[in-house]
Design a protein around this ligand. Sequence first.
Ligand code: FES
Length: 312
Amino acid sequence: MSVRRLAPDHVQPASFAFDAANENWADQQIAKYPEGRQASAVIPLLWKAQEQHDGWVPRAAIEEVARKLGMAPMRVMEIATFYTMFNLQPVGEHFVQLCGTTPCALRGAEAIKKVCQDVIGPQSTVTADGKLSWLEVECLGACCNAPMVQINFDYYEDLTPENFRTLLDDLRHGRPVKTGSQVGRSGSEPLGGGETLKDPALYDGTVIGAGDWQARVTEQRKAAAEAAAAKAAAEAEAKKAEATKPEAAKTDAAKPEAIKTDATPAAAGKPATDTAAAGRPKPSEPGQPTSAAQDTPAANGKPPGAADKPVK
Ligand code: FES
C-alpha cells in the first residue's frame, strides 16, 4: 500500500474552480441532501473535481469542495486521503493500479511490479510522454485471475511479465488491447474451461430422484390435450342436439313452472281456505306454538287448570 500524501507543491495548481457545467452538477448533488447535511455530497464533488483535473485531486480542489460544502478543509482532506479512488498525485493517460495483495503476490505480482518500474519508472510518477503512471493498491476483487491490474476503468488479468509488457506498449501507442483475462480464460472459469457439471444427464432431473420428468411432462400434456378435445366435442354435440329439437318442445320447456301448475284442473278447483291457510303464520314463526305440546298449560308456564281464568 502506498503512502497517501498530497502531491508536492511544485505540481500543485494555484487555484481550482469547477467549470460552469460541473458547478451546476455539483449544486444538483448538494440539493439532494437536507439542510445542514450538505457534507454528504463530499465524495461526488471530489470525484467530479478529479475528473475535471486530469484524473487527480489537487489541494486547491480539496479546499474548494470544503468551501462549497461548508466543511473544514481538514475533514475533506481526510476523505481524499483515505479513499484510494482519489488520486493525490498527477497520473498518466493510462493509470495502472497494480494489486499487490497476497493472492496476486503469490501468483507473481512482484514480477508485474518490476515491469512497471522498468517501463514506467518509480511509483506515482508519470512518463515523460504523459502516457503512463502506476500505483500499488490493495485487492481489487479479481483474485481468481491473479495477478491483475486495473488500468483506468478496465481490468487486465492473468498477467505475465511478457503479456503485461506488451499490453503497456500497445496502450502507449494507441493500439487496441484486450480487457479481462490475457490468456483466454472465460470469466473466472478454470484455465481451459469448466471441469465440472459438464454431463448433460445432470440437467434432466434423474440424479435427484425425479424420475424421467421429461416423459412425465409429455404424458401430462398429452392427457390434458385429449381431455380438452373431448370436452369441446361434447359441447359441440349438445349444441347440435339443441338446434335439431322440435319447436313445440322448446316452447313448452321455456314456460314458467307456475303457469304449467295453474293450468291443471285440480289446481283450478282448490278451495279458497287453502289460499287463506297459505297466509297463516307458520308454526315456527314467533308467537306461535311449534307443536301440540306447546298448547298445554304446562307448556305455557301455567299450572294445570289455572289457564284462562277471567281477570277481575
Ligand atoms: S489479491 Fe489481487 S485482486 Fe485480490
